[in-house]
Design a binder for this molecule. Structure first.
Ligand SMILES: [Zn+2]
Length: 439
């Protein structure tokens, strides 16, 4: 039993000076002046701290298999880093090989994730169209997995053509699922990147030039159009541009079920990171690439007005040596950056403390909305009786500087190196147990 005293309990719609009593893995009471009545109860004094629902990161890739090996965080190391940052649940992906049954891919991925120190769930990627797909999707939904993911880029491996996308949307919509979409125009990008390399332009600075903003926003527009005719609710992952936000806002204003996510890297960093030498610039090779400062501003506004409802990290780090192998061709540099450990501190520092968003909005976009969208609510994403005892005692004043020498992510660099943060988890509780203390 744990009793958290004297904290400010923050939910997406309230902030109250309440105590929180936990028994085993459940919150049993929330209110003023609670006493436990159990002499073995551990008392946590949260005076001066916020008490937040455990963070939910709806977009991570642990142990992601690529032609250049696995991403450097596996489920054990990546989830451990997540806990240190106040994230107690992660949602990763099942990505079947073409020709592989979804059910088989799901059970193998569940096996890999068993070492995870956070709670975890999955979205299921649909990497091809075939006549058995409907049956397989039905089976996944029956097992409790109702969010699916498709890619409009990477067509030679996991991406779908427009006609496949339409058929998938039709089925997922009909079966009551939610479709996550990586929106980038793969064909156009392939032409651009190949012609750059043909001209000898092989450095990472050409990566963003090969994936300009309109290759994302045009894909967003197209996905919204198809989803509208096929009546499929969609969730656009890692939105990075102003124009994408405009398309999403218009669709939402017409009542279309379009949800959107962005990531800390698109809020905090910008494309000036691609200026310089390979060893530095290759670190920032991710898709979509970093954009301009005005895009970051548009993303913050979209979070503030609710157009963007969730912040995930797209956590997928690779080491310096994994990036280095591709010194002669930016096209083969493994795409991805790590951030699962820093999401809450970054959004708090650069969102709440700059008054772009409220503390309630902070909870909403880092926990509550993901819980609601992905079937975890009301067990997670809220502090109230009967909900799961996943909580963070948040010290709002603790100052830190992000650095690879201190982080828990398994990567020999950090894309947020040197970034100052204020606020961090003092205590993290997962399933009623203290898992991080005084970090
Ligand atoms: Zn991703």
């Amino acid at each position: 039993m744990i009793l958290i005293k004297n904290g400010k309990v923050v939910n997406s719609n309230s902030i109250e000076n309440h105590d929180v009593l936990l028994d085993k893995s459940t919150i049993i009471k929330v209110g003023p002046n609670l006493v436990s009545g159990n002499k073995n109860c551990k008392i946590i004094d949260a005076v001066g701290c916020y008490v937040l629902p455990g963070g939910i990161d709806p977009h991570v890739h642990m142990n992601l298999s690529t032609p250049l090996g696995y991403s450097s965080d596996n489920f054990k190391s990546g989830s451990n880093a997540a806990l240190y940052g106040g994230t107690t649940s992660i949602i990763d992906f099942v990505t079947p090989k073409r020709g592989e049954n979804l059910d088989y891919a799901l059970s193998s991925r569940i096996d890999e994730a068993k070492v995870s120190e956070t709670n975890y769930s999955f979205h299921i990627s649909l990497v091809e169209w075939h006549n058995n797909l409907e049956k397989q999707i039905k089976k996944c939904i029956k097992q409790g997995y109702s969010s699916f993911k498709v890619y409009m880029a990477y067509k030679d491996s996991i991406g779908l053509s427009d006609s496949e996308l339409r058929k998938v949307m039709n089925i997922v919509g009909k079966l009551g699922g939610l479709l996550l979409i990586h929106c980038e125009l793969g064909d156009k990008i392939d032409v651009l990147r190949n012609s750059l390399v043909d001209e000898g332009k092989i450095e990472p600075c050409y990566h963003p030039i090969s994936r300009p903003a309109e290759t994302e926003s045009e894909a967003v527009r197209k996905a919204i159009d198809i989803a509208s005719t096929e009546k499929c609710p969609i969730y656009i992952v890692h939105v990075s541009t102003k124009e994408s936000v405009d398309h999403i806002r218009i669709a939402q204003s017409k009542g279309q079920p379009v949800f959107a996510e962005t990531c800390p890297q698109y809020l905090i960093l910008d494309d000036t990171k691609y200026k310089g030498e390979f060893d530095e610039t290759s670190k920032y090779v991710m898709s979509p690439p970093l954009r301009k400062q005005e895009d970051s501003e548009a993303l913050w506004n979209a979070i503030s007005d609710g157009t963007i409802g969730t912040i995930g990290t797209d956590h997928c780090p690779f080491t310096k040596s994994q990036k280095e192998i591709c010194r002669n061709d930016f096209r083969s540099i493994p795409n991805g950056v790590g951030g699962v450990e820093h999401r809450l501190a970054l959004v708090y520092t650069y969102g709440v403390l700059t008054r772009k968003i409220s503390i309630n909005k902070f909870v909403e976009v880092t926990s509550t909305n993901a819980s609601k969208l992905f079937g975890l609510f009301p067990a997670k994403g809220v502090i109230k009786p009967k909900s799961d005892a996943d909580l963070v005692v948040w010290d709002p004043d603790a100052e830190n500087i992000i650095t690879a020498s201190k982080h828990h992510q398994n990567c020999d660099f950090n894309v947020f190196e040197g970034v100052k943060t204020t606020g961090c988890p003092k205590i993290v509780i997962k399933n009623g147990k203290i898992v991080v203390e005084n970090c």
